[in-house]
Structure formats: C-alpha cells, structure tokens
Design a protein around this ligand. Structure first.
Ligand code: ZN
Length: 262
C-alpha cells in the first residue's frame, strides 16, 4: 500500500485495543482525520510520541478503508513547557478541543492548524500570557469559521459611523440610533431592575477593545500574538468573546469548565 506523509497536530488521543492508540489529527493536507497508531502503547514503540498531547509532526501513514494507520513520525515538535504545567496543559486542551469541534475531514483547515500552532506557542510566551492567548485564539477561530462579530458597520442599518454598542445576539455592532435608549448602560440597568429581567446582550466597549476585535479579525495567525492589552480591555474582550462562543458554538468545553475551577 502507498505511504503518504501528512503534516499535522494531534488534537486528541485515546487508548484503543490492548496496545494501540486512536488519534484525532488536524492535518494541513486533509483536514481533521482519525488515525490509529498500532502498538503505540508498547514499551519502546517508535510511535510513542503519538501518545503525547500537542505533538506536531510529519506523520507517515497508510490510508485504510475507514481510517489511517500511522507508520512513523518525522520532524517532531513538542510543547514540553505546556505539558509540565497543569494550568497551561488545560489551556492547550481547550484550544485542541475547540479546533476539533470546528474542523472537518477533507476540508482546507490549514489556517486553523497555523492558528493552533501559534496559539500553543503564545501560551508559554510570558509577554502574552494564557488568558490573552486563549481569548485571541477563540475569537480568531470564530472569524476563520465565518462566524466572527461584524465590527465595520451596524448589523441592523449598515451605518458605518459609530459610536457602536456590541450585541452578541445581533452578531456584532449596533449603532447608537438603532440601539436607541438602550445605548446607555444606565438606562439598560434601570430597565433590568424595573422589569426584573437580566438582558445582558448589549455591551459598551472601550475603543481599545473594538480595535483589538478588528485587529484579531483582520490579522493572519502568524502576526496575531504581537500585542498586549490592559486588564480592563482584556476583561471586556474575554466577556464578549465567551458570550459569542456560547451563542454561536453549540459546545460545552470540558477544559474551560476545568479552568474555571483552578
Ligand atoms: Zn444602525
């Protein structure tokens, strides 16, 4: 049978049979695939690296009828700094879980793979920090999937002139005219108290937060991790990004739930 070489990253590994491993790999050439590493759990196996999380490599494979079989690895790149730290490992798992949820087989996922690789590197960059890396990654994933927030014009009337308020359910910015009274956070708060409802759909954001969202939407993954934010702007960016993910990505992230307990 013909061997092929696919470049990619292990998103998930689980035991299979007595000695094998089942892998989900995000590849540059064929999108997300399932592959088996026969005997990878035997001592001294040359496929042992498959068992490590965050393994990036060139995988030699044979294509079977329903899955791929890994026969070797070359050019292996690990992220040992991640594996040695429980919290960073968990952030890394979150990214892998997110990427697994958003990708498909035989789809061009090369930009997601680049984003994942750069984001795992950013996790261990002390200038960026894991909280900022996670939120940049999540927001960029939405944009790569065509589901990022609209920030150039009002989603209701297409007016391009601000100021805007951020609406999760509307999918991005809403201008002051369309938002009416609700543009003012104190008016919204008063309504919430009076009507006894908590409608958290509108967010008034700092100019720097709008700028960060636009920058993340427009910038390729290789250049994404070249900025930092004040604590306040990071908090706003995290709030609206997580709200956006909850609204549009129908998936509960196990790793995120765990991170919240740390
Ligand atoms: Zn409008």
């Amino acid at each position: 049978m013909d061997q092929i070489i696919l470049t990619g990253m292990v998103l998930e590994t689980s035991p299979s049979g007595d000695y094998d491993r089942r892998l989900v790999i995000l590849t540059r050439e064929r999108g997300k695939i399932v592959a088996f590493a026969k005997g990878a759990r035997r001592q001294g196996s040359t496929l042992l690296a498959c068992s490590q999380p965050f393994t990036f490599a060139k995988f030699r494979m044979v294509e079977g009828r329903s899955a791929y079989n890994v026969t070797g690895l070359e050019g292996i790149r690990f992220f040992p700094e991640l594996s040695q730290d429980v919290e960073l490992t968990c952030y890394g798992f979150y990214m892998c879980e997110f990427a697994e949820h958003m990708t498909e087989e035989n789809n061009d996922e090369s930009r997601v793979l680049t984003l994942l690789y750069q984001s795992l590197r950013a996790l261990t960059n002390p200038n960026i920090g894991p909280k900022l890396a996670r939120v940049i990654f999540a927001l960029k994933m939405l944009y790569l999937n065509g589901e990022g927030p609209q920030t150039e014009q009002c989603v209701r009337c297409r007016n391009k002139t601000g100021p805007f308020v951020f609406s999760v359910r509307s999918g991005g910015c809403v201008c002051a005219k369309c938002a009416g009274d609700d543009f003012d956070p104190s008016v919204r708060r008063e309504k919430e108290l009076r009507l006894g409802i908590a409608d958290n759909d509108f967010y008034n954001l700092n100019e720097s937060t709008w700028y960060a969202i636009r920058y993340i939407g427009a910038t390729p993954a290789e250049k994404l991790y070249h900025f930092t934010l004040s604590e306040e702007v990071l908090r706003e960016l995290t709030t609206v990004t997580d709200a956006f993910v909850r609204e549009y990505v129908k998936h509960t992230f196990k790793s995120l739930a765990f991170l919240e307990t740390l």
